[in-house]
Design a protein around this ligand. Structure first.
Ligand code: ADP
Ligand code: SF4
Length: 592
């Protein structure tokens, strides 16, 4: 089966010479393989006449075409196709009773399309994009007997109600007005207002307006609003962004409890969290913007291992060139350069909040992971080191220049990514090491013609990381760079940050809560303890193993290593391994 897709955003017929049409061999032989639309000038490609030569892909100056061959068996599994040369979705995840069903895969491969189909918001057209009639019976007939078919029978009867926790909670303050109490009261269909606000730790925020909430608080409010609804299926699109690891563990319990009586689907890119949270996982793979294929559900361990390995054995499909590997650390500070900054006994009072630190130093080429609960002064401390904040006591060796990527990236610029990069980084993004290690590694070369306003959350994050790394500075501070990036993009970003520091002999502080991300990226850990909004104490940087032990003891969880992939896995509380590891103080198992 041939799939020809036109990326509508990239196709700019006014800025090309119709290369796809002019060079297409069947067209030159008089066949209507490509027709240029009278009105828009854009090509319409006939998949049956296309011979798959790929000439148009190479000739198009805007990289607007995708031509792929897919196994013909897939044809019968097509669920939806938006238009003649539009995105298409194959197979669907199944919302199963009494389980948390996880979805693992990049954005832009049809997760939202799948959710819309499962909730009845779009009627799947099974690939017949011209047929605007709604034919539920036809759809149900094509599905094999089983849970998904029964589910669609209920959707057809109008018996399925769905609640969605959206991915981008950053936009909520612009869209909704009022206090947290007003907002949540309106959706309290299950009479669980008091219980849920307490469980999610937001009872003390009820009289604040949505605009006054931090990222983590907004996230918990959005999760609360979703759970309060009385529906049949709950979708959580990236519930862990902006939450610290304590809060992540808390929402794992809450979502698992919900799944005891309801159907729950979760899209989550923090693999340590997805691993403990989900009972089953569907992997979604394909080509961004062109097609997406859901695998049947598999056990959580198997699915995450093959995702990291980059190969899906049942499908015989490679989804990545190289496996993502753990336990690949360089040994402590041995290979690091000279000292770049040091400090001791810093103190800072900010309103009711007080921050204290121990003594620490950071070397050239060192990447410091910064971990700890929200509201314990992580950003404040780094800003002191950067000379942006005064401090009340203690010492810092000297100010150094800093490049900072904040947690919330609010850009209202009306220009393309290319213009944004030119303005922030200058011409050097176009070539050299930075172009290879950052721009291409993060897939930003494919976003250049896109308007900044139209970028998805993950795309905006990737461009912001690139801009931060592209500026000239001694210290790089990245505040939650993993938010909105899919699992694969996280690993790429971790590597891009490391490579940039090594190549330029600079240092980075990376605040993040994703343990896999930190594991791949960090040489050392600066560990924060304390109580959010009241006090914080920063100790370190420690070597990674020592820092992780200290940090995880505070969170009260232990990790074991998967014997195949060597990835860390959270132990069940009070399991044999959990008890054994606690006894010897080994919270982050380093055994091979
Ligand atoms: P995900 O949720 O995994 O990010 P989506 O389901 O939102 O993926 O989108 C997959 C692709 O489908 C997008 O890249 C886009 O090109 C296409 N798409 C989404 N919605 C529409 C639509 N209403 N019309 C045409 N194409 C769409
Ligand atoms: Fe024509 Fe298909 Fe070749 Fe493109 S890939 S030039 S559409 S035959």
């Amino acid at each position: 089966m041939r799939v020809a897709v036109l990326k509508e955003d990239s196709c700019q017929p006014k800025k090309c010479n119709d290369e796809c049409y002019v060079y297409c061999p069947p067209v030159r032989n008089g066949q209507e393989c490509i027709i240029l639309d009278d009105h828009s000038g854009k090509p319409m490609i006939s998949e049956s006449l296309c011979i798959g030569c790929g000439i148009c892909i190479n000739k198009c100056p805007h990289d607007a075409l995708i031509i792929e061959n897919l196994p013909s068996e897939l044809e019968q599994d097509m669920i939806h196709r938006y238009s003649m040369n539009g995105f298409r979705l194959f197979r669907l995840p199944t919302p199963s009773k009494e389980s948390v069903v996880g979805i693992l895969g990049p954005n832009g491969m049809g997760k939202s399309t799948a959710i819309n189909a499962l909730s009845g918001r779009i009627v799947p057209n099974l690939g017949d994009w011209m047929d605007k009639e709604c034919d539920w019976d036809g759809i149900i007939e094509t599905l094999p007997r089983g849970e998904l078919r029964d589910f669609f029978i209920s959707v057809r009867e109008g018996n399925i109600k769905v609640a969605l926790k959206p991915q981008n909670i950053d936009r909520l303050p612009k869209r909704v007005q009022g206090t947290v109490r007003e907002l949540l009261s309106k959706v309290d269909e299950r009479n669980m207002f008091d219980e849920m606000t307490k469980d999610l730790g937001i009872s003390h925020l009820l009289d604040r307006t949505v605009q006054q909430l931090s990222g983590g608080e907004l996230q918990r409010m959005a999760i609360c609003a979703t759970i309060l609804r009385d529906v049949d299926v709950y979708f959580f699109d990236e519930p862990s962004s902006y939450l610290d690891i304590h809060e992540r563990m808390r929402i794992v319990k809450i979502i698992q409890k919900l799944a005891e009586t309801k159907r729950v689907l979760v899209i989550e890119h923090d693999l340590a969290v997805l691993d403990v949270l989900a009972d089953l996982i569907h992997i979604v793979y394909g080509k961004k913007g062109a097609f997406g294929i859901f695998t049947p559900a598999r056990s959580t361990r198997q699915a995450i291992n093959s995702y990291l390995d980059g190969y899906l054995p049942e499908q015989n499909v490679r989804i990545r060139d190289k496996p993502i590997k753990f336990l690949n650390h360089r040994g402590g500070s041995a290979e690091l350069g000279s000292q770049i900054i040091s400090w001791g006994d810093l103190e800072k009072q900010l309103g009711d909040f007080k921050l204290k630190t121990g003594e620490g130093k950071v070397h050239r080429s060192e990447v410091v992971g910064v971990v700890g609960p929200n509201g314990t002064g992580k950003s404040t401390m780094i800003k002191i080191l950067a000379g942006e904040h005064e401090y009340d006591g203690g010492w810092v060796s000297s100010d150094c220049s800093v490049s900072y990527k904040p947690q919330h990236i609010d850009v209202d610029m009306d220009c393309t990514v290319q213009v944004w990069l030119d303005a922030e980084v200058g011409p050097r993004w176009r070539s050299g090491e930075y172009n290879v290690n950052v721009i291409r590694a993060l897939g930003i070369d494919e976003l250049l013609p896109k308007r900044v306003k139209k970028l998805s959350g993950g795309e905006r994050q990737a461009v912001s990381i690139a801009i931060c790394l592209g500026r000239d500075a001694d210290l790089y501070l990245l505040d939650e760079p993993s938010a909105h990036l899919d699992a694969n993009a996280r690993m790429e970003a971790a590597k891009a940050i490391r490579r940039t520091m090594e190549a330029n002999e600079k240092s980075a502080f990376v605040i993040d809560h994703d343990v896999y991300f930190i594991d791949i990226l960090a040489d050392s850990l600066l560990v924060f303890e304390g109580e959010g909004g009241k006090f914080g104490k920063a100790e370190g940087p420690f070597p990674l193993k020592e820092g992780m032990n200290r940090f995880l003891e505070g969170v009260n969880i232990t990790f074991r290593r998967d014997h195949d992939s060597k990835r860390p896995r959270i132990n069940k509380s009070d399991s044999r391994k959990d008890r054994e590891q606690r006894q010897v103080g080994d919270f982050y198992s380093y055994q091979h």
